[in-house]
Write a protein that binds this ligand. Structure first.
Ligand SMILES: Nc1nc2c(c(=O)[nH]1)N[C@H]1C(S)=C(S)[C@@H](COP(=O)(O)O)O[C@H]1N2
Ligand SMILES: [Mo]
Length: 320
C-alpha cells in the first residue's frame, strides 16, 4: 500500500472550516428568499438533526484512507446542503427526504451474474463488514466537502454478486416511488436515477459503498440506506438510495448523461483543466468556507486511479 504517504498537495492551514461561516451562509440564504427561505432551511436543519442510530461499535477507521488533507466538513453543514433531485432541485431537501422509508430495504442484484438474487441491507452489511474512510467529494457545481463515510469496498459487492466473464460494466439504480419523491412525477426526467462504472473502476480500492457517515446510519438526505462514493469523479456519479445493481456488457447511460451528455459524460473524472460548459472546474469552494481552493486532477487521487485511464484519450477523459 502506498496511501500512507503524506500527499504532496497538503493544503494551507487557512482553509480550516469555521462554524461562523456556516451562520453567514444561512443568513445569506435566508436573505435571498425572505422569511420562507429561513423557515425552510430551519426546518430542514432540524429534520437533519434528528438523531440517527449510531453504529455500535463504531467501525474502525481504515488508516489507508484517513488523511483527506483538508478539514472534515461539519455534519450540520453538509446534512443541510444536498443534491437529491428526487426530493427537489434546491439544496434544502433534507426535510422532504425524511419521507423516504428505509425499513426492510432490499437490493436486487441482476444482469450478467451467475445467479440473480435479492439481499436485505442488514444482511448485506453482515456479509461485507464496514469500515470508516475520510473522502473528499467534489461536485461539478464547484463546491466540495470532506466526509467520514462508513461502508465497504465496492469490490466486496462485486465478489458477492459473482458477475460472469461477459460483464464489462456495473450499473446502479435509485428507488422510484412518486408517492415518496414528488419530483419523480416530473416526466421530463428519466427516472429512476442511474449511474454506471467499468468493472475496473468498480474494483479499484477507492470505490466505496456507503451505509453511514459521522459514526451513524446514513441520513436520508445523504442517500440512505446505501449509496456509492467514487471520490475521484464528480459528485453526480455517486448515486444515492440504491435498490438495483446490474451487470452488463453495454456501457450504461446515466441519469444526467441521458439528459445532457455534453455536460455529464460517462467518465466525469475530476479535472481542473477541462471546464464544464457552465462552470470552470479550476477551483472549488469547500462547504462552510468562503474561500476558493485549487481543484486537483482526479480530485487528488491520481496516484490510485490514473492507471485506469491510461488507454483513454486523455484530451477527452474528463467528460466522454
Ligand atoms: N439518486 C440521486 N443520487 C445523487 C443525486 C441525485 O440527485 N439523486 N445527486 C448527485 C450529486 S450531483 C451530488 S453532488 C451528490 C451529493 O451528495 P450529498 O447530498 O450527500 O452531498 O449526490 C449525487 N447522487
Ligand atoms: Mo453534484
Amino acid at each position: 500500500m502506498i496511501y500512507h504517504r503524506r500527499p504532496q498537495w497538503q493544503l494551507k492551514e487557512n482553509t480550516v472550516t469555521d462554524e461562523h461561516l456556516f451562520l453567514n451562509r444561512r443568513q445569506i440564504i435566508a436573505g435571498m428568499g425572505a422569511g420562507a427561505g429561513l423557515a425552510l432551511l430551519g426546518s430542514g436543519a432540524s429534520a437533519a438533526m434528528q438523531p440517527e442510530s449510531p453504529f455500535s461499535p463504531r467501525p474502525a477507521r481504515n488508516p489507508a484512507f484517513a488523511d483527506p488533507a483538508r478539514p472534515v466538513t461539519p455534519e450540520s453543514i453538509n446534512s443541510t446542503y444536498n443534491n437529491f433531485y428526487e426530493f427537489g432541485s434546491s439544496k434544502q431537501i433534507a426535510r422532504e427526504a425524511q419521507k423516504l422509508s428505509t425499513d426492510d430495504w432490499v437490493v436486487s442484484v441482476e444482469g450478467l451474474v451467475d445467479k440473480p438474487f435479492q439481499i436485505g441491507i442488514e444482511d448485506l452489511i453482515k456479509r461485507t463488514g464496514v469500515e470508516e474512510r475520510l473522502y473528499r467529494h467534489r461536485c461539478v457545481e464547484a463546491w466540495s466537502m470532506v466526509v467520514p463515510w462508513i461502508g465497504f469496498p465496492m469490490r466486496k459487492l462485486v465478489d458477492l454478486a459473482r458477475p460472469t466473464s461477459g460483464a464489462k460494466y456495473i450499473e446502479f439504480a435509485t428507488f422510484k416511488d412518486t408517492k415518496v419523491a414528488k419530483e419523480q412525477k416530473a416526466s421530463w426526467y428519466p427516472w429512476p436515477y442511474t449511474e454506471g462504472y467499468t468493472m475496473a473502476e468498480a474494483q479499484n480500492d477507492l470505490a466505496f459503498m456507503v451505509v453511514g457517515a459521522y459514526g451513524k446510519v446514513l441520513h436520508k438526505q445523504f442517500g440512505a440506506p446505501l449509496r456509492v462514493h467514487m471520490p475521484w469523479k464528480y459528485g453526480f456519479k455517486s448515486i444515492k438510495s440504491i435498490v438495483r445493481v446490474r451487470f452488463t456488457d453495454k456501457r450504461p447511460v446515466g441519469f444526467w448523461e441521458s439528459l445532457q451528455k455534453r455536460e455529464y459524460g460517462f467518465w466525469a473524472n475530476v479535472n481542473p483543466a477541462f471546464d464544464h460548459p457552465r462552470w470552470s472546474q479550476a477551483t472549488e469552494r469547500p462547504l462552510g468556507s468562503e474561500e476558493r481552493i485549487p481543484t486537483l486532477l482526479y480530485n487528488g487521487y491520481a496516484e490510485q486511479v490514473a492507471g485506469l485511464y491510461k488507454n483513454n484519450d486523455q484530451g477527452r477523459v474528463n467528460w466522454f
